[in-house]
Design a protein around this ligand. Structure first.
Ligand SMILES: NC(=O)c1ccc[n+]([C@@H]2O[C@H](COP(=O)([O-])OP(=O)(O)OC[C@H]3O[C@@H](n4cnc5c(N)ncnc54)[C@H](OP(=O)(O)O)[C@@H]3O)[C@@H](O)[C@H]2O)c1
Length: 240
């Protein structure tokens, strides 16, 4: 409980894991949560390149979504340093063009591995610790491309729709453990991954710091107030 605001969880002492924290949305989330006072466990393929470095309240750890052992090793290292895990931000993601004309399924397999199976494995690795927290939080950074198909890579959309399925299953099955699960689903965001969108400039699209604000709010919401998904539009469109 946050004594100055009983409607919010107190970040003080809480430990949050963030995948893909070295750049883009993940780096913005890390910077924001650091300011909010969380202790952070940051996972990246090249942890030495991160803006944040290991300290008393920050652990920078290798995490490779293509290595099935990596989630467990990262969760174990987090427990060794902090002795608790209160939140997991499944942010690392991969995007590539893949359509029905492609016979080679390597790109589809890669996106399913990074966008679906690695988040699934990270949830499994963190699960006993999130249960022990009593107010565990999982935020899956999915995409509007996982809510409706509009344009672009069919393979990316397939992987993000699947990630929304993971979100729904985890939200339902883990609710009674006090774990709240939310998909944060942006449209185009100003990062290296930003898709070309009909002449939209980097200033026109959503900024990673805004996504970080949304994640910070979702993380701090108490057990009796939870949102299943936060779709974020840079331009108006009707959503289902
Ligand atoms: N930008 C957009 O327009 C947009 C829109 C909707 C949703 N999203 C989602 O937002 C999330 C963050 O993307 P972003 O925009 O910040 O893109 P980004 O700047 O391209 O960053 C992608 C992040 O994912 C990491 N990653 C990729 N493959 C990995 C692997 N095998 N193992 C570990 N980490 C891996 C990258 O690490 P490396 O630096 O090692 O490559 C990087 O940290 C993704 O899930 C993405 O699908 C983005």
């Amino acid at each position: 409980m946050n004594t100055s605001n009983p409607g919010r969880l107190d970040p003080n002492g809480r430990v949050i894991m963030i995948s893909g924290a070295n750049r883009g949305i993940g780096a913005a989330i890390a910077a924001r949560l650091r300011l909010d006072g969380y202790r952070l466990s940051l996972g990246a393929r090249s942890p030495e390149t991160m803006a944040q470095q290991s300290s008393d309240d920050c652990l920078c750890q290798p995490f490779d979504a293509l290595d099935a052992e990596s989630p467990r090793a990262w969760a174990d290292a987090t427990m060794e340093k902090f002795g608790r895990i209160d939140g997991l931000i499944n942010n690392a993601g991969a995007a590539a063009q893949f359509g029905f004309e492609d016979e080679d399924e390597a790109k589809l397999d890669h996106m399913l591995e990074v966008n679906l199976k690695a988040p699934y494995r990270l949830i499994r690795a963190a699960l006993p610790h999130l249960q022990a927290s009593g107010s565990g939080r999982i935020v899956n950074v999915t995409s509007l491309a996982g809510i409706r198909y509009k344009r672009g890579s069919a393979g990316y959309a397939i992987s993000k729709f699947a990630a929304m399925g993971l979100n729904s299953a985890a939200r339902s099955l883990l609710w009674d453990d006090g774990i709240r699960v939310t998909a944060v689903a942006p449209g185009p965001v100003n990062t290296d991954m930003m898709p070309q969108m009909g002449g939209m400039t980097r200033e026109d699209v959503t900024q990673p710091e805004t996504i970080a604000d949304v994640v910070a709010l979702v993380l701090a919401m108490p057990n009796n107030a939870s949102v299943a998904a936060v779709p974020i539009n840079a331009v108006f469109e009707p959503l289902p």
